[in-house]
Design a protein around this ligand. Structure first.
Ligand SMILES: NC(=O)c1ccc[n+]([C@@H]2O[C@H](COP(=O)([O-])OP(=O)(O)OC[C@H]3O[C@@H](n4cnc5c(N)ncnc54)[C@H](O)[C@@H]3O)[C@@H](O)[C@H]2O)c1
Length: 247
């Protein structure tokens, strides 16, 4: 019997990086997985047109109505939703001071990083409440705990995700649903590759292990957080930072 046999997971941002690694991990451990991303070519390239245990769905996750429609599509297809992992995220403009940040860019980053996680959680919570079971994992960032200079929009949007996790953890604590976040430092993914080298060095220099985390390390911890075993921790932001955050 595999850890996630019979369970259904929704992973956003599943075409790349951390979301892709988590989707593969959950599939390997027996889950049926709905893969949400606006990069449909990436989804098809990774998962083909879809075996029985995968449901690739093209979606702009910032479209609230479409999010709610897609969650109903997942339930119609797989029968339930046990797990939601929110991995969609963008950095927005980086390496700039707060007085140089445009309101448009800040709003876009909040829409993608914070509002989309609110939309997906809002859509799956009624489904999980009816099942008396659920695991929600929001991927935040150490930037949300500490604030990375040069990354106002990103840091503030991830702090908002951490705040939402605390609220939701408490609100659903007696329902069989846990809501947690994960705050990675730098994990080597395309998102990091797209950042200016100076910004990446600024971040790895602060990591006592002096390296990026790996996708396997991220997927292993995420899989534990959304497993049935993780039943007495909610509203918590798990650390994945090579010793940078010891709180
Ligand atoms: N990589 C890191 O070092 C690191 C560190 C801390 C936190 N994080 C967080 O982890 C998450 C995943 O990061 P990653 O490095 O794997 O990123 P990534 O860029 O590799 O993957 C993000 C995915 O989200 C998709 N996406 C972006 N906007 C979308 C939208 N509006 N609708 C639908 N899909 C959309 C992209 O197509 C992509 O497949 C993000 O929330 C990021 O902030 C990453």
């Amino acid at each position: 019997m595999q850890e996630f046999s019979g369970q259904v997971a929704v992973v956003t941002g599943a075409a790349s990086g951390i979301g892709l690694a988590i989707a593969h991990k959950l599939l390997a451990e027996g889950a049926n997985v709905a893969l949400l991303d606006f990069n449909t070519e990436g989804l098809t390239g990774e998962f083909g047109q879809g075996a029985d245990n995968v449901l690739p769905i093209g979606i702009d996750i910032t479209d609230e109505n479409r999010v709610s429609e897609v969650m109903q599509q997942v339930v119609a297809h797989f029968g339930r939703i046990d797990i939601l992992v929110n991995c969609v995220g963008i950095t927005g403009a980086t390496n700039i001071k707060s007085h140089e940040v445009s309101s448009e860019n800040l709003q876009k980053v909040f829409m993608v990083n914070f509002m989309s996680s609110f939309f997906t959680a809002k859509a799956v919570l009624p489904i999980m409440l009816a099942q008396h079971y659920g695991r929600i994992l929001h991927i935040a960032s150490i930037a949300g705990k500490e604030g990375n200079a040069g990354m106002l929009a990103y840091s503030a949007s991830k702090a908002a995700v951490i705040g939402m996790t605390k609220v939701q953890g408490k609100e659903y604590a007696e329902t069989g649903i846990t809501v947690n976040a994960l705050a990675p430092a730098v994990i080597r993914t395309p998102l990091v590759d797209a950042m200016p080298e100076a910004q990446v060095t600024y971040m790895t220099d602060k990591i006592p292990m002096k390296r990026c985390g790996t996708l396997d390390e991220a997927a292993n911890l995420a899989a534990y957080i959304v497993s049935p075993k993780n039943s007495f921790t909610t509203g918590f932001t798990f650390d994945l930072s090579g010793g940078r955050a010891t709180y």
